[in-house]
Design a protein around this ligand. Structure first.
Ligand code: DMJ
Length: 585
């Protein structure tokens, strides 16, 4: 078998030397020398071309198993129930069922969320058919009350991404992606949807949008408590829409929300809480962390800077990252050297920085992807390794894992993408075959436990692998997409990786001068966005542009000698697996 991923003899030698030099003199290290090192290296150090092709095929089948079933049994409803093979729309009988009604709105959600995945899979004919179906079937003139954040990331993001990929003159997926008959209909739909979301912002005197709108009636006075991520992860989509339409209203509303949240950070620590009241601007509770309620807020500060080049977004991210490191991080100082526990980002009291809960949640697993984009690759390796080992303990990531009791506090897994997203970004950053193994384990778990008669189902309880009849649309927009891109090394997205950006729902946005120019004020940002993306990205050893003041990690390259060793050095890796009660070998 020929492998593109196998190391040369020389690099293996250098790598082994490198590891030996860095292994601390401890009993664990002795065990490694005597026992585990070779096996671990064998297990993760290579990934054959045959395995890669096999996995790519598995992921392709996974996507079509789900997508085709959705189209057959559920479309034009929003979601597929993958056990009973029927469609699902909003819960009209029970308006307070926000678990469903926040997301579903009678607008072909899964199809809209899947559009750019079809392009990524190279299925141009189905992409055309899907765009046509969206144009024919999607209307936002509905009596439904939906969550602004969900509508923004899943629908607005899906529509804008498909529109931009068709209109982008770099033709990432070939000139044929734009059908001859396409006349900007998806942009019109996006604009219609965004105008229906506006009342949530306009009715707020604090600037923080209310969490929900009624698509037809506008403002609904049914609660003002919103999570920080919900109110503060709107800028990529709304900013892109503003710049496409030449209408500043959407971007200005999203920026106003970000500034309001930023202004509310705790005076003592600089941390933000995870729930805030949009009417009063007061925090609800004290929890600060990187998971649910906050995750994409940080992601969007950094990604907005990458897309729009506004310094304000970058400095907010930069400062946030410092306080995250200062208050949330526990464990040894450096991921891959020194002594102490494996680093962990915990939930803290936003006012004191004291540990607030002993659980962390599955959404935090997206943070390594943000760290990669920021150039803090060593830290990303560490954060990812922790979540991956929790995954291995159960075969999935429980929604909340209690790191003190070492058991799930909330044990469902709704096919979330976060671990795969970080795995993909880390593979792009390091090219380390370890990450292909991680992806393979994810695929095997999904196929073994979540695959059903007509799709993939939410794991109701990772402890007994019981299932629940729901397949969230992000399974197709993110989980399958990131898995596919992980294994499809020649995919156009991977060839032009620094020219495109993923939204928090995994939708591709082209980075370009178009978004660096505000059509309502002719002052283009004087930095080429592509250059800047590269400078933010890890493998550029000598960045062309210095993007921060030197106090933060940027553009770290992972030493080539380590490419075929565990990215988290072996003793630390074994320390982690042991601390989570796992036996690696
Ligand atoms: C997705 O809708 C997005 O990734 C969002 O940022 C978080 N929740 C889901 C996936 O878990």
């Amino acid at each position: 078998m020929i492998s593109t991923c196998l190391p040369s003899h020389k690099s293996v030698l250098v790598a082994i030397l490198f590891t030996f030099l860095f292994i601390p003199a401890s009993r664990t290290a002795f065990n490694i020398f005597g026992h585990n090192y070779d096996k671990l290296d064998q297990k993760y150090g290579s990934f054959t071309e045959d395995m890669r092709v096999e996995m790519l095929d598995e992921v392709r089948k996974m996507f079509y198993w789900s997508y085709d079933s959705y189209m057959k049994y559920a479309f034009p409803l929003d979601e597929l129930d993958p056990i009973h093979c029927v469609g699902r729309g909003p819960d009209h009988d029970n308006p307070s069922n926000i678990n469903i009604n926040d997301v579903l709105g009678d607008y072909c959600l899964t199809l809209v969320d899947s559009l750019d995945t079809l392009a990524v899979l190279g299925n141009v004919s189905e992409f055309h058919r899907a765009v046509q179906l969206v144009i024919e079937h999607v209307s936002f003139d509905k009596e439904n009350t939906v969550q602004v954040f969900e509508a923004n990331i899943r629908l607005l993001g899906g529509l804008l991404s498909a529109h931009m990929l068709m209109e982008d003159d770099r033709n990432l997926f070939g000139e044929n992606l734009r059908p001859t008959w396409y006349d900007g209909e998806l942009l019109q739909l996006a604009s219609d949807l965004a105008s229906r979301l506006l009342p949530a912002f306009q009715k707020s005197i604090t600037g923080i949008p209310f969490p929900r709108v009624n698509l037809r009636k506008g403002f609904v006075d049914d609660g003002a408590e919103t999570c920080t991520a919900g109110a503060g992860s709107l800028l990529l989509e709304l900013g892109a829409l503003s710049r496409l339409l030449g209408d500043p209203i959407y971007e200005s509303m999203a920026r106003r929300a970000n500034r309001a949240l930023w202004g509310a950070r705790a005076k003592t620590t600089g941390l933000l809480g995870n729930v805030i009241n949009a009417k009063t601007g007061q925090w609800v509770g004290r929890l600060s962390g990187l998971g649910a309620g906050l995750d994409s807020y940080f992601e969007y500060l950094l990604k907005s800077y990458i897309l729009f080049g506004e310094e304000e977004d970058y400095s907010m991210f930069n400062e946030s990252y410092s306080v995250i490191k200062q208050y949330l991080r526990r464990g040894r100082t450096h991921c891959n050297s020194g002594y102490g526990d494996h680093p962990l980002y915990v939930n803290v009291d936003m006012h004191s920085g004291n540990t607030y809960t002993y659980w962390i949640d599955a959404l935090q697993a997206s943070f390594p992807a943000v760290q990669v984009l920021f150039g803090d690759v060593e830290e990303a390796i560490c954060t990812h390794a922790w979540h991956y080992n929790v995954w291995k303990r159960y075969g999935f990531l429980p929604e909340r894992f209690n790191w003190q009791r070492l058991s799930p506090d909330v044990s469902f897994y709704p096919l979330r993408p976060e671990l795969v997203e970080s795995t993909y970004l880390l593979y792009r950053a390091t090219k380390n075959p370890f990450y292909l193994h991680v992806g393979r384990e994810v695929v095997l778990s999904l196929n073994a436990y979540a695959k059903t008669k007509c799709g993939y189902a939410t794991v109701h309880d990772v402890l007994d692998m019981s299932l629940e009849d729901r397949m969230e649309s992000f399974f197709l927009s993110e989980t399958c997409k990131y898995l596919y891109l992980l294994f499809d090394v020649d995919n156009p997205v991977n060839q032009k990786f620094s020219d495109y950006l993923f939204t928090t729902e995994g939708h591709l946005l082209p980075i370009g001068d178009k978004f660096r120019t505000k059509p309502w004020a002719d002052s283009p940002t004087p930095i080429s966005p592509v250059d800047e993306m590269e400078s933010l990205f890890f493998r550029e050893k000598t960045p062309k542009i210095k993007i921060n003041n030197g106090t933060q990690p940027t553009c770290q390259a992972v030493d080539e000698a380590r490419q075929y060793l565990l990215p988290l050095r072996t003793p630390y890796y074994l320390q982690l697996t042991e601390s989570l009660g796992l036996k690696e070998l």
